[in-house]
Design a binder for this molecule. Structure first.
Ligand code: SF4
Length: 640
């Protein structure tokens, strides 16, 4: 049984009318509608947005996972808010949350009590907003969160298999906040407080809205404007759609970005440039809001919330990721610049965690989107101000990027030394390439070695997850990932440290099948290469084209958005399944299929390599080495 601390209900933001009344409010200023259950923790978007609104002096209440199929009483429970409704699908895009890569309906939902599925509609942002507009046509609606953010311009929807316009068109929301919402939201709240209606807000950074196409868009002397091909042109021309993506990605990752406009029907979509990355004080302020760090007590009888169980003892130390991987949405949402929390704020969170009634001495993650990017930034930030690159480490590590791991090592050591912490693990994925000397030359003072030693000896929870994602260099280039040879170098370094300390913590590599640029033989090769390294893969993933990623654009358009050159992609269910099957070469039920398939593909060599037993492979290896050494001896004798 879970024992929760007895806290007054008013420690949470109100989730029921009773709680609103308990606070003595006769009305609510802002109502947030969310597709997730309400967990009052800085990892959950609705809690963050709710706490910010509260901190600006507004009365805010939450409607979590409302029933959208009945008489809509959930939507009506607080009546009309004074200022606006805020709508989010939750921490994930509702379609990614609901369906597998093969478009099969999932049977569970990590953001719902008991992990139950079915508590949020498909395209939740649009469904909720339409209902609210129907019920309260005169109340403005602000949309945000990952679903709204990544669907802010014309995008391909894998589940409908068609291009969709900005989510503002379908949802009919008044305003959209993209990316991490704190900064635009605070500005919006200031204006709302001054009496500016939400629908008239046009000059705040990081918002999007629709404007009458016959009228001039509002002028702003600080921004230049770039125009994308219209939604209608994209529907006719896939290449124009692909070219649009490059503009959106580049502008989303600049410190001084342009405003973007796109015609859609009789409207102009306007996307204002993003805010500069939060400074330490600003990001600390967001994490230091008075979260209870607990799910709302209303869920007590409905079972645990899996996403909360996963993070309740973890600490997110920074935001953003400069990797720019083709399949990932982090940089489209959080950007490539890293916003890092202060040591004080992180240690304050450790103090909070150790007080948790279920805490047993273990912190499950000291991490971030990528575990080891804490405090990393340009050595000369004025160079970054002129930079257009979507990644700081692909195809090579930028010479201006400071990749020192010293600040991160110091935090690990500080947390490790806390008397209440038995172990603090690193659960987030480590960017291993940053730690390989051949790839990253910034290890002159040994800071990477010091970090690795600290990581491997103190912070690995049985196994270390890393994500080479593929073994084929051609596919890796499309993925914006480094060559597989660097993974092998990393493994060597990792194994050496393990041997030195007599540790046995396996490395768990993650791979993706069916990514654009990956052909079936590449997958067979991947299986053979990883088999030779002694891995039996468990952590495998079939590629899902999620909106606003390079890989999604390639999947739909057939070309790379930067070169506009064609790239092959496995698209049918059968092609995707075929690629995925190779991961399981070690299972008897796949052996026959693999043999036949590789003979058909004219690659009996790969079939032989994959299907011979590991014992036989080891014998062959020894015999091979023996043969090489005998030949070498003969050559040497001959020379003598
Ligand atoms: S200049 Fe280098 S470090 Fe700075 S943003 Fe560009 S790639 Fe990243």
């Amino acid at each position: 049984m879970i024992i929760r601390p007895e806290r007054p209900i008013t420690d949470w933001l109100p989730l029921t009318l009773k709680e609103v009344e308990k606070r003595g409010w006769d009305e609510v200023d802002v109502v947030l509608v969310s597709g997730d259950a309400y967990v009052d923790h800085p990892t959950f978007g609705t809690a963050v947005i709710g706490r910010i609104i509260e901190s600006e002096g507004f009365r805010v209440a939450i409607i979590a996972q409302p029933n959208w199929k009945d008489d809509l009483r959930d939507f009506k429970k607080y009546g009309k808010p004074k200022y606006f409704f805020g709508v989010t699908a939750g921490c994930m895009d509702s379609m990614v949350n609901h369906y597998t890569a093969n478009r099969r309906l999932r049977s569970n939902d990590s953001y719902t009590p008991g992990g139950e599925a079915g508590f949020r509609p498909d395209y939740a942002t649009t469904v909720y907003t339409k209902i609210l507009k129907e019920l309260y046509p005169d109340v403005p609606v602000l949309i945000g969160g990952i679903e709204a953010s990544l669907r802010r311009v014309t995008h391909y929807d894998y589940w409908k298999d068609e291009l969709m316009p900005s989510i503002l068109v379908d949802s009919e929301a008044d305003l959209l906040v993209y990316g991490m919402g704190e900064q635009p939201l605070r500005e919006i709240l200031k204006l709302v407080k001054q009496g500016v209606p939400l629908g008239s807000i046009k000059n705040v950074n990081q918002i999007a809205y629709l404007h009458d196409a016959t009228e001039e868009i509002p002028n702003d002397k600080n921004w230049n404007t770039v125009e994308l091909s219209s939604h209608e042109v994209c529907l006719q021309d896939k290449i124009k759609y692909a070219a649009n993506f490059k503009i959106v990605e580049v502008e989303s990752n600049k410190t001084q970005a342009n405003r973007i406009v796109q015609k859609v029907g009789d409207k102009t979509l306007v996307l204002n440039p993003p805010f500069r990355i939060m400074n330490e004080q600003e990001i600390d302020a967001s994490f230091d809001l008075p979260y209870t760090r607990l799910p709302h007590p209303k869920y007590k009888k409905r079972g645990t919330i899996p996403a909360y169980e996963m993070i309740k003892f973890s600490i997110n130390m920074h935001r953003g990721c400069f990797g720019g991987c083709s399949f990932c949405t982090i940089s489209a949402h959080q950007g490539k610049f890293i916003a890092s929390r202060s040591e004080t704020s992180i240690m304050k969170e450790v103090e909070e965690i150790v007080k948790h009634p279920e805490y047993k001495g273990y912190i499950s993650d000291l991490g971030g989107p990528s575990a080891n990017m804490y405090r990393m930034k340009g050595k000369d930030e004025s160079i970054c101000d002129r930079c257009q690159s979507p990644s700081c480490i692909h195809p090579v590590i930028c010479s201006n990027l400071d990749t020192s791991h010293k600040p991160l090592t110091k935090i690990y050591q500080q947390v490790d030394a806390h008397p209440e912490v038995k172990k603090a693990f690193v659960g987030s994925g480590v960017r291993y390439d940053l730690l390989v000397d051949d790839f990253n030359k910034n290890n002159k003072d040994g800071n990477h070695d010091e970090y690795m030693e600290q990581l491997v000896t103190r912070h690995v929870s049985g196994r270390l997850k890393v994500a080479p994602e593929h073994t084929s260099d051609d596919t890796l280039r499309v993925m914006r990932k480094p060559s597989f040879k660097y993974f092998k170098k990393f493994k060597e370094k990792y194994d050496n440290i393990q041997d030195k300390h007599n540790l046995k913590q396996p490395l768990v590599p993650y791979f993706i099948s069916s990514h654009p640029g990956c052909e079936e033989a590449d997958m067979a090769n991947l299986a053979a290469e990883t088999k030779d390294l002694g891995f039996q893969l468990e952590q495998v993933q079939d590629f899902t084209p999620t909106p606003m990623t390079v890989a999604e654009v390639i999947y739909y358009s057939g070309v790379h958005p930067y070169t506009l050159q064609p790239i092959i992609t496995a698209k049918t269910k059968e092609e995707k399944l075929n690629q995925n099957n190779y991961f399981f070469w070690y299972k008897p039920e796949f052996k026959d299929w693999i043999r036949k398939r590789l003979h058909k593909l004219n690659r009996p060599d790969l079939a032989e390599r994959l299907l011979k037993s590991q014992k036989q492979a080891a014998i062959d290896k020894v015999l091979g080495e023996d043969l090489v050494s005998k030949t070498q001896k003969k050559k040497n004798n001959f020379r003598r």
